[in-house]
Design a binder for this molecule. Sequence first.
Ligand code: IPD
Ligand code: CA
Ligand code: CA
Length: 265
Amino acid sequence: MHPLLNIAIRAARSAGNVIIRSIQHVEHLDVTTKGRNDFVSDVDRLAEREIISAITKAYPDHAIMAEESGNSGDSDTVWIIDPLDGTTNFLHGFPHYCVSIAVMVRGKIEHGVVYDPLREELFTASRGDGAQLNDRRLRVAKRKELANALLATGFPFKNPQHLPAFLATFTSLFTQVADVRRTGSAALDLAYVAAGRLDGYWEIGLEKWDLAAGALLIEEAGGVISDFVGGDNYINSGNVVVGNLHVQKQMLDGITPHLTDELKK
Ligand code: IPD
Ligand code: CA
Ligand code: CA
């Protein structure tokens, strides 16, 4: 295993321990609002501190891009960290959230970890080495048609200006598939597509820390990820469509007619 991935796993597991230990105290947590419908708790901050300390112990010169504490350092290697993806779920006791850590080297995501501490599911990938779930090799689902597909999505709850366009894409896809889930954790949605548990996933306006690790999982599991017009600007726009080659193409066909100019990137 690559040493960078090894440290990412160690960091994700120790953040997972912080999250698990905090479950009993969830009503007493200090919760603040970062923006519209955007919450942060002590657990997010504490888990992030654990991750950063594991990284800087091993790699003091690397740069960090962390959701809660921001950017630090100046290096070709950047650690992209979401200490708790699914904070709203966590705060409500809804058991579906994870830790997401990616390592970007000279602008390319080279390693990724998504860790679900409740199910003890560790999704890992290194570029060129495939994707694993607890050491089992992952492949995206084989289903070729949208009919019978199970998709996931996220609602644009922080960006309500995109709601009409989102609902148009939802209507278009929902009427063609078996069903659509809204799980509340973008990183797990991506990991689940990589694992073949979902056939596809789309969401508007993710942040880099939501999607960096999951994007590599998708690619290494043989899937396709793009922005809403089929390009590779998703890491900047945060607009993602993922699935296997066939499903992803049909999803794009269902999405592109409904895009505003702002979403065509
Ligand atoms: C959120 C979750 C959610 C997605 C949001 C994200 P957070 O991350 O991934 O599923 O719809 O866009 O911001 O705030 O819980 O880390
Ligand atoms: Ca997140
Ligand atoms: Ca988060």
